[in-house]
Design a protein around this ligand. Structure first.
Ligand code: MG
Length: 196
């Protein structure tokens, strides 16, 4: 069980991009992706912000025009997640308890209901800024995962800072055991993390 939990392969995202705005959604659409399950804090907005930014609203409109829909899956509490998602105009799951997969399952269900499309897992792209919660949950739930850099590391709460310490350990382990995969999927993330 422990070996399974700490299998470093479960922490490797399919792609890494610095921000959500750098992701090649055109290609993802061509590959059959239609639904985005996104984390909220430090992926779409920082902890300092409460509402979607103008840039984010434009981003959502562009995605809609392309043929994507969005659902938010966040570990944060109801009040913050719900008020953000009402303003953003997308369905959401709060208190998702990632790295457990229940929140993602719920998000997929909510998206099917809200958009009237029977999304399958292979149509989903998951986006998040944490290896230990977002990526770990999503790879186990067998979703295509994209890791982004956290928007504002100074605002991370204590649980996240604790997770980041573990994350560093896991990153080292991946580098040691799977140097090629590390180079391909994670070295840019680590480089940008150290650089700031
Ligand atoms: Mg986050």
């Amino acid at each position: 069980m422990l070996e399974y939990l700490f299998n470093p392969l479960k922490f490797i995202p399919n792609e890494y991009e610095t921000t959500i705005y750098d992701i090649d959604f055109k290609r993802l659409y061509d590959e059959g992706k239609r639904l985005i399950i996104s984390d909220l804090d430090n992926t779409l907005i920082s902890y300092r912000e409460k509402m979607p930014t103008k840039e984010l609203l434009e981003f959502k409109q562009n995605l809609k025009d392309m043929g994507f829909e969005i659902v938010i899956c966040s570990n944060n509490h109801k009040k913050r997640v719900k008020s953000f998602c009402e303003a953003f105009g997308v369905p959401c799951v709060w208190s998702a308890h990632k790295p457990f997969v229940g929140g993602l399952r719920k998000a997929l269900k909510k998206a099917r209901k809200a958009y009237g499309i029977n999304y399958t897992k292979d149509m989903v792209v998951e986006i998040g800024d944490q290896l230990l919660t977002d990526q770990f949950a999503s790879t186990r739930y067998k979703l295509y995962t994209i890791m982004v850099r956290n928007l504002d590391p100074k605002t991370e709460i204590w649980t996240t800072r604790f997770n980041r310490r573990l994350e560093n350990k896991i990153l080292k382990r991946i580098k040691r055991k799977y140097p090629d995969l590390y180079e391909e999927k994670l070295s840019r993330y680590v480089g940008e993390k150290i650089a700031r």
